[in-house]
Write a protein that binds this ligand. Structure first.
Ligand code: B12
Ligand code: SF4
Length: 462
């Protein structure tokens, strides 16, 4: 049996014509994890295709195709699924988008997998081998991540990525930020790999510079402490994602630094406490942000801070104010996103009930397009303002000022900043300006009641 696993492209992130080249792309864990879960008794031939780095061969030979789907890649995934099903190859869809709104994907596939797939994917494959494929497989609440096989990273070509030393320790988060996909898709609970399993994977892989993709490594303090303690003897250097609360926890911060932490990504989201309260991220305090950066730097940890524009309190002043704040606070690598109501989230439900969702073209749900009617500015102002914030923060003078306090080696942090500078100057290539500036605003003004059952057709120029 031959099983092909595909990660479809989103317009911004495809390898040809996308915004980044090879830089900033690391080897995805989803396909390699799914490959490892394929039961050995099936003796399957396995091929992985990451459309972020290569074209999907449309004439590929396969007995079964599995595709991972996030909202922004769902249109592409459905298009590929149609093509392969027409060729008579059964298609299975899974991933965050399928988990958030299974009904959207159900008709596009022979089977869908809802939730994490450590148990259901092997079960599905055994059913398929017996000719008894069901149309839907749901993760049971008893899922455990203990004693799982290590991801088969060798099945994707390392030369196409900046690193393949990508690991995960735990999934999930206990917070419930209104816009976040994590509590919406997987609930507010944590699924943890035993620390010994994580350490064994890092050891067998052998690299010294590693990356954790866990969305919140600080979700469970006791687990974080156990993990960091276990990393100390490995003498690795690592980057990961945490909340701002991590920076206030001096003993853990000190341990993290000792265990090799050299950079963290944090969701600052907004410099307005009102906006943070509105989106249920009131545990962030903008008054603390400068101190957070200074504390991280004091421990030799660089900061990739993310801000989101488009909250209901945001006016057109927010863009340059936030961008200048990022420069003055000396954030090593700031990022700006446009608030995106991913379907299935609390934010989506609220904006939908307020009839402010402007399009259900999921391809535009990539956090760099405006898909809802902002409260205090136009669609166009939100789109252009976000681009202005990127450009301001990534002016050469702004970069130089920000990096004066950076704990990272200058060639590395400058290279990352220049790559983001390129991103800032290329974002406009991915707008659907005619649609945003014209049709969407006009549609909204003329008819603020878009029927929620009907997708609003739009064109994507990228
Ligand atoms: C690493 C990561 C990235 C990496 C690599 C992406 C990749 N393809 O792996 C990079 C930095 C490139 C990236 C970029 C983006 N990402 Co991202 N990313 C993640 C992150 C943090 C981890 C993903 C991961 O590796 N998890 C570990 C693997 C093992 O878990 P998994 O993917 O969930 O897979 C399991 C199940 O879901 C299931 N499953 C998944 N697919 C399939 C398929 C089949 C057939 C089956 C059976 C099962 C199955 O089985 C797996 C085992 O249980 C997730 C957050 C998260 N925790 O999921 C966000 C996440 C997937 N990203 C997200 C977003 C929005 C983006 C961006 C649009 C952000 C942006 N504006 O830049 C881009 C778009 C990228 C694109 N392809 O177009 C959102 C998706 C939300 C949504 N509804 O669309 C997430 C959920 C984060 C969030 N909280 O919002 N991302
Ligand atoms: S803290 Fe981060 S991962 Fe957790 S719910 Fe909020 S945005 Fe999502």
């Amino acid at each position: 049996m031959k099983i092909v696993l595909i990660s479809p492209k989103g317009p911004l992130y495809r390898y040809r014509g996308g915004i980044f080249g090879r830089a900033l792309r690391y080897k995805p864990l989803t396909l390699t994890t799914l490959a490892a879960l394929i039961p050995s008794e099936l003796n399957a031939e396995i091929e992985l295709v990451d459309e972020g780095i290569e074209d999907v061969p449309l004439d590929i030979k396969a007995d079964l195709i599995g595709m991972t789907v996030i909202t922004g890649t769902s249109r592409r995934a459905y298009e590929l699924a149609r093509h392969f099903r027409q060729r008579g190859i059964p298609v299975v869809l899974g991933g965050p988008h399928v988990t958030l709104i299974p009904d959207d994907a159900q008709s596009q596939a022979d089977a869908i997998v809802v939730g994490y797939a450590e148990d259901t994917w092997p079960e599905l494959l055994r059913d398929f081998a017996r000719g008894q494929l069901r149309s839907r497989y749901d993760q049971a609440p008893s899922l455990s991540l203990a004693n799982r096989p290590f991801p088969r990273r060798g099945l994707l070509p390392s030369s196409r990525y900046i690193t393949d030393a990508v690991f995960e320790a735990q999934r999930g988060c206990l917070h419930e930020c209104e816009f976040c996909v994590v509590p919406a898709a997987w609930g507010r609970r944590l699924y943890q790999k035993p620390v010994a399993d994580v350490v064994a994977d890092i050891r067998q892989h052998g690299k010294r510079h590693i990356l954790f993709v866990d969305l919140n490594l600080y979700a469970d303090r006791a687990y974080a402490r156990e993990l960091f303690e276990a990393l100390v003897p490995l003498r690795v250097q690592w980057h990961g994602l945490v909340t701002t609360l991590f920076a206030n926890d001096t003993p853990l911060l000190e341990l993290a630094a000792r265990s090799g932490c050299r950079g963290v990504l944090m969701g600052f989201e907004s410099i307005s406490q009102e906006s943070l309260r509105d989106c249920k991220k009131g545990f962030n305090s903008p008054g603390d942000y400068v101190r957070i950066v200074e504390r991280l730097h004091a421990y030799g940890i660089a900061l990739n801070a993310c801000f989101v524009f488009g909250a209901d309190h945001d006016t057109t002043e927010v863009f340059l104010k936030t961008a200048q704040f990022a420069v003055d606070a000396k954030i090593d690598l700031p990022r700006f996103a446009i608030e995106t109501p991913f379907p299935g989230t609390a934010l989506y439900r609220r904006l939908d009930s307020e009839r402010r969702i402007l399009t259900r073209n999921w391809e535009l749900y990539d956090a760099q397009h405006v898909v809802f009617q902002p409260a205090r500015m136009s669609v166009d102002e939100l789109q252009q303002g976000t681009e202005a914030a990127w450009k301001h923060t990534y002016r050469l003078g702004s970069i130089a000022k920000r990096l004066r306090a950076s704990p990272m080696l200058p060639p590395i942090i400058w290279a990352a900043n220049l790559t983001y500078r390129r991103y800032a100057h290329n974002l406009h290539r991915f707008y659907t300006c005619d649609w945003f500036a014209g049709v969407a605003n006009r549609w909204y003004n003329l008819s603020p009641t878009i029927p929620s059952s009907q997708p609003v057709a739009t064109k994507v120029s990228a």
